[in-house]
Design a protein. Structure first.
Length: 457
């Protein structure tokens, strides 16, 4: 028994020693490991990337008249209809379709985005409306407060997407009144009267004048002239004025006659019917004007360079003029889409003779592309031939759609029914679009935006 006890004691000692050796070995390994400081976290998977596209759909509002061309307050039936597309295929008919708009409102209106703005025939308020379901649907109205305006007789300029400046001659046309609106809720923000009055020896001021706003230095440019007499027989001073107005104080900082052209176009109704001003990418301001000479009203496109307040001496961006320049639309890259009149044409005077084809209904109007960089002007052609002359002039008869880089323009020719043509800016090609039913006079195309939505791809 004693031997056995010794044996078990020896075995226990051996096992205890082995455990101690093992423990020492583990401790040594732990001491040799480098401590880990701020370990890097496991990388998270990158989120999937998506393309976000904001889409602003649009439609077109086409305006026609019945019996004769419209504009300048002619008492003619004026019908508007909304169409989704102006591409070729079928025709736009107004028999039992569209809505007559000239009972309360006029064709002369301001359009921005999806809303129209104007002073209605009641001449007591500013109205914001949509044209939906073949009728005018009033969104909001603002009664006049201090200053009053007449339907069709005022000019305007947008200071940003929601602030609109309205300006016109006052009631007796001896001064200039202005009103600034927030078009989001049609509140009148401020209003007043410019320090401009009729010059000595003259009787009245231009009815509306032309207004442009230069955002870079917060300046308004107001173009006007002094006149004698009334209506079409009124005479104007030799050169119209350029008034530079501080946008913050509305103080007239400068008011001088120009030396580059006799009159500005569209001065009776601002730019309610047609576009006569634009800015290019460099911030240069352009204005449609004309000279009165032995040929007739010779169109010009004047320029005030960025940062300047006077017209550039000797500059005319409308080359080879053969008559009055009526509308412009800037397409970018120095290209301008224009609508003008050939004052060298004649027509039957109804008495067995001929007269100048310069009337509203005369077939003497046509479209061209002006390249400001090259100093050229090219008349619109289709199928290898220049488009026939069109009648009608007192409205914006074309619309530029930047997202498509296309211009849609309508014509009223003597030999064919009215229709729309489409000019592709990138390729320079012209295709025929939708036709307009016979018996109507094409007047106006407007591109109306609809509610935007977002696509995530």
């Amino acid at each position: 028994m004693k031997k056995l006890s010794i044996y078990f004691s020896l075995m226990a000692a051996l096992l205890l020693g082995a455990g101690m050796l093992t423990a020492c070995s583990d401790d040594d390994d732990e001491e040799k490991q480098e401590p880990v400081v701020n370990p890097e976290p496991e990388p998270e998977p990158e989120p999937e990337k998506h393309d976000t596209i904001v889409v602003t759909p649009h439609h077109f509002d086409i305006t026609v008249t019945v019996g004769q061309q419209g504009g300048m307050g002619r008492k003619v039936t004026t019908i508007m209809q909304s169409v989704a597309s102006l591409e070729a295929g079928g025709q736009v008919d107004f028999q039992g379709q569209g809505g007559e708009i000239n009972a309360t409102y006029s064709m002369e209106a301001i359009l921005k985005g999806k809303y129209y703005y104007q002073v209605p025939f009641s001449a007591d308020r500013f109205t914001k409306f949509e044209f939906k379901d073949d009728q005018v649907q009033v969104v909001q109205e603002q009664k006049f407060q201090q200053n009053t305006y007449a339907c069709r007789s005022y000019c305007h300029a947008w200071e940003n997407d929601s602030i609109l400046m309205i300006m016109a001659a006052d009631g007796d046309k001896t001064g200039i009144v202005w009103t600034e609106l927030n078009t989001n809720d049609m509140r009148i923000l401020r209003e007043g009267k410019l320090s401009i009055s009729v010059a000595e020896g003259w009787e009245t001021l231009t009815t509306s004048g032309i207004l442009a706003y230069r955002e870079s230095d917060n300046r308004f440019f107001y173009f006007y002239c002094n006149k004698k007499g009334k209506g079409v027989r009124a005479t104007s001073e030799d050169y119209f004025h350029v008034a530079v107005i501080n946008g913050s104080t509305m103080a007239v900082e400068k008011d001088t006659p120009n030396t580059e052209a006799n009159e500005m176009a569209g001065s009776a109704y601002g730019e309610l019917l047609q576009q006569t001003t634009f800015f290019d990418e460099q911030g240069n301001l352009y204005l449609v004007a004309f000279d009165n000479n032995e040929v007739g009203e010779q169109g010009k496109l004047l320029r005030i360079k960025a940062g300047e307040t006077d017209f550039e001496k000797g500059y005319n961006g409308f080359p080879n003029s053969d008559g009055k320049l009526l509308t412009t639309q800037y397409l970018g890259g120095g290209k301008v889409f224009t609508f003008s009149r050939n004052d060298g044409l004649t027509e039957d005077d109804g008495k067995g003779g001929q007269k100048a084809a310069t009337g509203i209904d005369s077939y003497s109007h046509y479209y061209s592309i002006v390249d400001l960089n090259a100093g050229t002007r090219t008349r619109m052609s289709f199928g290898g031939q220049e488009l026939d002359y069109s009648s009608g002039r007192f409205s914006q008869r074309s619309v530029f759609v930047p997202t498509e880089n296309k211009v849609y323009f309508g014509v009223n020719t003597l030999s064919a029914q009215p229709c729309v043509y489409i000019y592709d800016v990138a390729t320079g090609s012209v295709t025929q679009g939708v036709k307009i039913a016979e018996g109507y006079y094409f007047e106006q195309i407007r591109m109306v935006e609809e509610d935007s939505y977002t696509i995530i791809k």
